[in-house]
Design a protein around this ligand. Structure first.
Ligand code: B12
Length: 457
């Protein structure tokens, strides 16, 4: 069977991947969704895997089936590809976050959808296809056996920061309202047998790898077992965790010994009212500094996820957040704009405030709804301004001095150093500038005050 697997990218992303400098390589990793699907194909399959960020889809070639992975932001391009191949009478299957959350919408464009993980569903689908009885929808089994030793040779390693990414757990038990993970996994935290994860990591030829887990440390017994087995492998890795673990001194030591060099933590906001409203009350802004210091003491850098556009955010949130990020000592940020993703409860709740239904804009970089306490333009300008300011060469230099003088020095902080410059490059390539809407608002009111005074005189 000749199978084409595509990770789609919109036009802008397809151009960036071809640049020589600041081409997004630092941010490209994983490809796990399609590597897993590829691994589940029959052994005699002829598989072609295309990542549109770095290569072109062979639109004119003939295949027995085309499988496309898509999230909300890549859905429009995925639909374009669906139409193209279906016109050529080649069956197309969609899988991933968007079809899982919106199977009916996806089915308007493709022949079949796989919802949830591909385990068990994809082999079943291929059998049906071969027998001429393709169904519309296939549900994956999240408890199904996850294949190890993926066909990573299908990827050109030059295009990625690493091709060695792996997951030990899937999903998260928290129900933070802005996050689509709980909707996709119904707030479950699935775990792979430690033995199998270790087998997969042992097969990596490189020292550095990535865990793409949503919350790797959520189950303390599981993570302790995994970390103890990781220590002898002497690897270095990064992952995503949540704030509570910083209080577990023993776990922090284990993380360090097992080779963890960096964590992504969703701090989201410095305003408790925002966190409470989104069911993330376990984040306590008053404790952020202590948390970050604990990671730093163990030589672990902290990338903070920050979201702008919460209900209590007004034009002043941008400046105050920048100030807090410095005070707390964050090493890298991922500044996102609140995005109600279709198929989630948040989307239903905010339906009457949606301003933009072009899914390509649902990439956490565009304002797609009417904010409560500012205009959409102010939210966009402010979020852009924070990115530009945080990743200005001067600020990166200041952080570099801090890393150089830290107890473990640049040896541990080489990762955030590289990431900071990569974000600087991304801001340049995407021409992210923005402005501080609070200053503009203050100027406008000062001018109108002056005008009214001169009118009275
Ligand atoms: C690595 C990653 C990326 C990588 C690579 C993605 C890739 N194609 O491999 C990069 C860096 C490129 C990326 C980019 C973005 N990402 Co991203 N990414 C992830 C992350 C952290 C891990 C993905 C992964 O490897 N998962 C492990 C695999 C095995 O699980 P899976 O993806 O669910 O795949 C299984 C099933 O869904 C199914 N399946 C998936 N695809 C297909 C296809 C077929 C044919 C079949 C049969 C089955 C199938 O089978 C797979 C195996 O069981 C996820 C978070 C997460 N938990 O998944 C976010 C995530 C998918 N990303 C997200 C977003 C928003 C983005 C961006 C839009 C913005 C951003 N944050 O930078 C950009 C898109 C840029 C663009 N316009 O092109 C969101 C998507 C939300 C949504 N509902 O749409 C997520 C969920 C993060 C989050 N918590 O919000 N991302």
């Amino acid at each position: 069977m000749k199978i084409l697997l595509i990770s789609p990218a919109s036009g802008k992303w397809r151009q960036i991947g071809k640049r020589r400098l600041f081409n997004g390589r630092t941010f490209r990793f994983s490809m796990l969704p399609l590597l897993m699907v590829a691994r589940m194909c029959p052994e005699d399959s002829d598989i072609r895997l295309i990542d549109e960020q770095v290569e072109d889809t062979p639109l004119d070639e003939t295949f027995d089936v085309v499988g496309i992975t898509c999230m909300t932001a890549t859905a429009p391009r995925a639909f374009e590809l669906c139409h193209h191949f279906r016109q050529r009478h080649i069956p197309v299957v969609l899988g991933g976050f968007f079809p899982t959350l919106n199977p009916d919408l996806a089915l308007q464009h493709c022949d079949a959808v796989v919802t949830g993980p591909a385990m068990e569903a994809w082999p079943r689908l291929l059998k049906d296809l071969k027998a001429g009885g393709l169904q519309k929808q296939y549900r994956g089994n999240p408890n199904g056996r996850i294949p190890t030793l993926l066909p990573r040779q299908l990827l050109n390693r030059q295009n990625y920061s690493t091709i060695n990414s792996v997951y030990a757990t899937m999903g998260c038990r928290n129900r933070c309202k802005f996050c689509s993970i709980s909707a996709v996994y119904d707030a479950h935290h699935y775990q792979r047998p430690v033995e199998e994860v270790i087998e997969e990591i042992s097969s990596f030829k490189t020292r550095f790898f990535m865990f793409v887990d949503d919350n790797l440390t959520q189950d303390r017994d599981y993570i302790r077992a995994l970390l103890s087995r990781l220590i002898p492998l002497r690897k270095k890795w990064v992952t995503q965790v949540s704030t509570e673990i910083a209080e577990d001194a023993e776990l922090l030591v284990l993380l360090k010994e097992a080779g963890c060099v960096g964590v992504f933590i969703g701090l989201e906001s410095f305003n408790e009212k925002n966190l409470n409203q989104h069911e993330k009350e376990f984040n306590r802004p008053a404790r952020y500094k202590q948390i970050v210091d604990s990671f730093h003491r163990h030589g672990i850098f902290v990338q903070a996820g920050i979201i702008f556009g919460f209900e209590w955010d007004d034009v002043h949130v941008f400046e105050s957040t920048l100030k807090m990020l410095e005070e707390v000592g964050i090493d890298v940020i991922q500044a996102a704009i609140m995005t109600p993703l279709p198929g989630t409860p948040l989307y239903e709740e905010m339906k009457d405030r949606i301003l933009d239904t072009d899914w390509e804009h649902y990439d956490y970089r565009h304002v797609v709804f009417q904010p409560r306490r500012m205009t959409a333009e102010q939210l966009q300008a402010g979020a852009d301004w924070v990115i530009r300011k945080y990743y200005s060469p001067w600020c990166i230099l200041r952080r570099t001095l801090r890393w150089l003088t830290a107890p473990c020095g640049l040896r541990h902080f080489i990762y955030p150093f590289v990431l900071n410059w990569a974000y600087y490059g991304r801001a340049k390539v995407f021409a992210i500038t923005g402005y501080n809407p609070a200053v503009v608002q203050d100027c406008v009111s000062a001018v109108s005050r002056l005008q009214s005074v001169s009118l009275i005189q």
